[in-house]
Write a protein of this length. Structure first.
Lengths: 110, 153
């Protein structure tokens, strides 16, 4: 495994944990999948549509998102929104992420 | 059959049969939304190549199927080191057992019988290895199911 492969794998691992956080944050406002994808991308979180859509369904299954399928602009879309349980989880995860960031800063001597 | 249908058929191939149709209808709805968004951005109906590109961006069929699938891993990542160690011990045990059991037979074999003994030993070794692999994997699959809910696994 080359140095680049190792770096890519580690970057992926690091991103995986924060993606749920980003998705829960992005869907605090009700959005449909493609709209959420754009919001995430505009905020610098790049995610494949084939990864976002199943994540939305999984988070809905866990009760962290709720969805409603309805017509908009003549097209049937599924709109997602972070539930109150999702918001609580988001807050807890954000605190945890900040704690980890502080710990990392201290370990790196900044 | 259009590109969308071909893509969905490829995804369906990788989905578990017990919930294939349910998962496929969800994937089809998400895929349609993705394709409609691509169409909205281009401002016109997508050409065949553009549909292919949009499908490529959605992800390769086996990866998409895995992402949507509720299937758990057969052996948990947390148990993998132990599983590999137990499996290598079992494989080594089978090979050593065959060697110990087969050596006297081989040594006492008459002229021209060595080949037949080697074939029989090879047959027994392969059967033993398959049994070892299957039984160890089944035990660890069971452990994975039992301890799945524990965060350390």
């Amino acid at each position: 495994m080359s140095e680049r492969d190792v770096l890519d794998a580690l970057r992926q691992e690091l991103r995986r944990g924060t993606l749920v956080l980003a998705v829960l944050a992005a869907f605090r406002t009700e959005r449909f999948g493609a709209e959420g994808l754009e919001r995430l991308r505009s905020a610098g979180t790049d995610i494949e549509p084939g990864a976002l859509y199943p994540m939305l369904r999984r988070l809905e299954g866990q009760g962290l998102l709720t969805s409603d399928r309805r017509q908009e602009d003549g097209r049937l879309k599924r709109f997602y929104r972070t539930t109150s349980q999702g918001q609580q989880v988001l807050e807890l995860l954000r605190n945890e992420q900040e704690r980890l960031a502080r710990s990392l800063r201290e370990l790196m001597g900044n | 059959m259009n590109e969308r249908q071909k893509y969905l058929r490829r995804v369906g191939f990788w989905l578990p049969s017990r919930c294939r149709s349910e998962l496929l209808s969800g994937i089809a709805a998400d895929l349609d939304e993705h394709l409609e968004e691509a169409e909205r951005q281009s401002g016109r109906p997508l050409e065949r190549e553009e549909v292919r590109e949009a499908l490529r961006r959605f992800g390769s069929p086996p990866v998409v199927a895995t992402r949507y699938s509720p299937a758990r891993p057969l052996v948990s990542g947390g148990l993998m080191t132990v599983y590999q160690r137990v499996l290598s011990v079992a494989v080594l045990g089978v090979l050593l057992g065959q060697l110990i059991a087969g050596l006297p037979e081989f040594a006492n074999a008459g002229v021209g019988e060595h080949g037949a003994h080697l074939v029989a030993a090879g047959h027994r070794a392969v059967t033993g290895l398959l049994l070892a692999f299957t039984s160890v994997t089944l035990v660890f699959a069971g452990l994975t199911r039992i301890y799945w809910r524990q965060p350390s696994i």
